[in-house]
Design a binder for this molecule. Structure first.
Ligand SMILES: C[S@@+](CC[C@H](N)C(=O)[O-])C[C@H]1O[C@@H](n2cnc3c(N)ncnc32)[C@H](O)[C@@H]1O
Length: 214
């Protein structure tokens, strides 16, 4: 189970250097945002938005009449996200400083992005709270670290080092998307970075059609 105190400290200390550390993953971010298939005027949730690195791409996709809701529990990361807004295209942006599992915000979204948010995906109550705020048919995209095949030990050495710095639990790194897949039938999961990174995408059918409510 993720450890909130540990995670808060981890990101409090990383906030100043986080953007530089993530630079090598920016092509993956572009792919993730493209997979959201956002239209002008859409509302998108950026879960565990960190310093708001996805905001420029999301704002461009939803346009001036769209909305971004960024949810982030670490105040130091959210300060950076707020500073970034000055250079982000004109759309409505709501920033919520709270754990995803207990965060409250208004409105239903057309899409949700979980970009490198392993701790969130290992909390079923966080996923449930996000699903409550999705329109049926919403796009769901998640990315992050995962264990590669056991023989790919150099890749797993990289995953281990990166995970120690960015997640508070190694549990679930075999299939980090597994809880999400229980709600999103046919979730498409692809591996990249020699198996050390996944990108999962799909469409949430709505509560009536969700297998969890059958
Ligand atoms: C690796 S960073 C990813 C940040 C951002 N999504 C990005 O693409 O750069 C993970 C973020 O999730 C946040 N986080 C972890 N657990 C959380 C939770 N339960 N509720 C809200 N934010 C959480 C961390 O504080 C951190 O900012």
């Amino acid at each position: 189970m993720p450890d909130r105190g540990f995670a808060l400290e981890q990101y409090r200390l990383r906030a100043g250097v986080y953007d530089h550390e993530l630079a090598m993953f920016e092509p993956l971010r572009r792919e993730a945002v493209a997979s959201l298939r956002l239209s002008p005027g859409a509302t998108v949730l950026d879960v565990g938005c960190g310093t708001g690195l996805s905001f420029p791409l999301l704002a461009e996709a939803v346009g001036p009449s769209g909305r971004i809701v960024g949810i982030e529990q670490c105040p130091e990361m959210l300060v950076k996200a707020r500073e970034r807004l000055a250079s982000v295209g004109p759309c409505e942006v709501s920033l919520i400083n709270a754990p995803v599992e207990s965060a409250r915000w208004a409105g239903q979204a057309d899409a949700v992005l979980f970009h490198f948010t392993h701790d969130v995906l290992r909390r079923p109550e966080a996923i449930a709270n996000v699903l409550k705020h999705l329109k049926p048919g919403a796009r769901v995209v998640a990315t992050g670290l995962q264990w590669a095949d056991p023989w790919a030990w150099p890749v797993n050495l990289f995953v281990w080092g990166a995970a120690l710095r960015s997640v508070s639990t190694l549990d679930g790194l075999v299939q980090p998307w597994s809880d999400l897949a229980a709600h999103v039938p046919g979730l498409d999961v692809r591996s990249t970075w020699m198996g050390g990174i996944y990108i999962a995408s799909g469409t949430w059918p709505g509560h009536q059609a969700s297998p969890h409510h059958a």
